[in-house]
Design a protein around this ligand. Structure first.
Ligand SMILES: NC(=O)c1ccc[n+]([C@@H]2O[C@H](COP(=O)([O-])OP(=O)(O)OC[C@H]3O[C@@H](n4cnc5c(N)ncnc54)[C@H](OP(=O)(O)O)[C@@H]3O)[C@@H](O)[C@H]2O)c1
Length: 337
């Protein structure tokens, strides 16, 4: 089976589409060649909805397929069909087509959110941790704790830090843990995705004990610097089998933060009507379904909350979310690990 894609048929209401293209797609569906996520977007000037186009295609296939179409093939094929109305000789027609294509492209995001394994109430403590900042020190000097902030009740147990462990139940990410954390008054304001590679079962750097071998990483820093870094353990030159960390940085690491003000781009997207970087309502709903059970349990636990010093990387308890002792949070690009 081929990879998933969106097939665009220009002139979907015309003769060629009806006589040749859609029957051909029917037979590809029957032979199992179309990926389950493949979509077919038809374009034409007629003001048809998706449902109207599906009706037309159904009638047309009934006349074209020898012996009549089989329901087991027809139903999934019709479900793939979407229709974009527009005159492609006008800019508005292209804009509509671009919008529909973006909608199709966003579909996988919802699929991933729906695939996040729900956290049952009994697993909230194993997979989630909340905390509140206590007095501490940041680069500016001493800073107060949350309870000393103006307007905060002296016995408040409101969380200012949250960490989660999630699993995505699809074949690609099965058994890969995702660790997320966010908090106020941490050491730095930084957004980063850190991908830690597993140690391979076969040890290349014999006889270095695996417990002493550092992992390889891909680091995607989003804010304030957009940056990509690959961190690899390589053998040091020489006769001894010693490893050291080599770093490969994408050149954008050196750009100043002012260069990438994300909201500039977002405002332009709003003006242009480009939804790519915004969440759709269904994506928001699925995301809330993941965190809602956690928040509901936390709302009942108002007697105690762990704390962390302002200006630190968060509570020490957050390390317990990890599956293995040698795993921990990656604090920024230059974390020594
Ligand atoms: N028919 C065949 O067997 C065959 C075989 C080989 C090659 N071809 C070639 O395939 C092409 C299409 O042939 P066809 O027989 O399907 O023609 P057709 O029956 O006249 O259909 C033309 C299609 O193009 C759409 N269209 C026309 N102008 C448009 C515009 N400005 N913006 C958006 N959509 C527009 C029409 O949609 P609306 O009517 O909804 O606007 C309709 O779906 C031609 O180049 C032809 O030479 C056809």
């Amino acid at each position: 089976m081929l990879d998933s894609c969106t097939i665009v048929i220009f002139g979907a209401t015309g003769n060629l589409a009806g006589l040749k293209l859609l029957p051909a797609l029917y037979y590809l569906e029957a032979a199992g060649h179309l990926h389950p996520q493949t979509r077919i977007l038809g374009c034409g000037r007629r003001p048809w909805s998706d449902a109207q186009w599906r009706d037309v295609v159904q009638g047309m296939l009934a006349a074209r397929i020898k012996g009549g179409p089989q329901a087991a093939v027809l139903e999934p094929l019709l479900a793939r069909l979407h229709f974009a109305e527009g005159d492609l000789e006008t800019p508005a027609g292209y804009a509509e087509l671009a919008r529909r294509l973006r909608d199709e492209a966003q579909f996988p995001k919802v699929k991933v959110l729906r695939s996040i394994r729900p956290i049952p109430r009994s697993a909230v403590h194993a997979q989630a941790l909340r905390a509140q900042y206590a007095p501490g020190q940041d680069s500016q000097g001493k800073v107060p704790g949350y309870l000393e902030e103006p307007g905060i009740a002296a016995n408040s147990t409101t969380e200012t830090y949250a960490a989660l462990k999630l699993y995505i139940d699809n074949w690609r990410w099965r058994n890969v843990p995702f660790y997320l954390r966010t908090g106020k008054r941490l050491t730095g304001t930084n957004s980063m995705i850190a991908i830690r590679f597993k140690h391979p079962p076969q040890q290349l750097f014999q006889p270095t004990p695996i417990t002493r071998l550092k992992p390889n990483w891909i680091l995607l820093n989003l804010q304030p610097h957009e940056c990509m870094r690959l961190e690899l353990q390589v053998k040091q030159p020489g006769l001894e089998m010693r490893t050291r960390t080599e770093r490969l940085d994408a050149s954008s690491c050196t750009l100043s933060p002012e260069h990438n003000e994300a909201y500039e781009a977002l405002i332009l997207d709003v003006i242009a009507g480009d939804h790519t970087h915004f969440l759709r309502a269904d994506e928001v709903n699925w995301a809330w379904q993941v965190v809602d059970p956690v928040l509901q349990l936390w709302a009942t636990e108002r007697d105690y909350i762990p704390t962390y010093a302002a200006g630190s990387w968060g509570p020490a308890e957050a390390s317990r979310l990890f599956d293995r002792e040698d795993q921990d949070w990656r604090n920024g690009l230059d974390d020594a690990d």
